[in-house]
Design a protein around this ligand. Structure first.
Ligand SMILES: Cc1cc2nc3c(=O)[nH]c(=O)nc-3n(C[C@H](O)[C@H](O)[C@H](O)COP(=O)(O)O)c2cc1C
Length: 191
């Protein structure tokens, strides 16, 4: 199989910690996708220039050329469109997704310019939190935000993996969760 026919999986790392827990989960998803032949590209969005949506609604106008903000999202839009699957990895920060992830999510509003439904992708979500409970941690709150956002644009979430881990690397001890993450990767890579 050449690269043209392989499925493309785009991984967005939404934690500021480069070797953090949500990144480890995302890496397991990536391994799973690669094991079934997919090509994976990973973006560390904390290191990218992604400005906040300015609410100008230009992207929603008839014949719009998209978001007028000239930053790294312009490159990311193209990568999102080219990919078959997306993986969004985020820590819980203050009972919701990280700010880095939310900046990206808000700017996805402008994807509308790319055809009928640019959100027809297989979407995987990976989240980690410091609390022991997914509800009190705010993880479920974040997941609900993703579910509402993707439902609004007609996108389907293929799978969600999440687990408790406070210090960077702690999630590696949760071997069952890592296995589940890898299985999700296989699902995303096979489509
Ligand atoms: C600014 C900040 C806010 C946090 N807020 C929460 C929170 O609301 N609930 C929670 O359970 N953990 C919270 N945590 C802990 C992280 O979710 C946890 O350490 C997670 O595993 C970090 O993932 P990462 O290593 O991928 O960054 C917070 C951590 C930071 C740095």
């Amino acid at each position: 199989m050449n690269n043209e026919t392989k499925k493309k999986v785009l991984v967005l790392l939404g934690s500021p910690r480069k070797k953090g827990n949500s990144t480890i989960l995302a890496q397991e998803i990536a391994k799973g996708a690669e094991s079934v032949g997919a090509v994976v590209e990973t973006l560390y969005i904390n290191g990218m220039d992604i400005k906040a949506c300015q609410g100008c609604w230009t992207c929603q106008e008839e014949g719009s050329k998209g978001c007028p903000i000239d930053d790294d999202m312009q490159t990311i839009y193209h990568k999102l469109i080219e990919a078959d699957s997306w993986v969004i990895a985020s820590p819980v920060h203050w009972f919701n997704m990280s700010t880095q992830t939310k900046l990206w999510l808000d700017r996805c509003f402008a994807l509308k310019q790319y055809g009928e439904n640019p959100f027809q992708k297989k979407i995987g979500i990976a989240m980690t939190f410091g609390d022991t409970d997914p509800f009190t941690s705010g993880c479920i709150n974040a997941i609900r935000s993703f579910q509402d956002s993707f439902r609004y644009v007609g996108a389907k979430i293929a799978g969600i993996v999440y687990g408790s881990a406070l210090n960077a690397g702690d999630i590696s001890r949760n071997t069952d969760l890592l296995k589940t993450a890898k299985e999700l990767g296989k699902k995303l890579g096979k489509y």
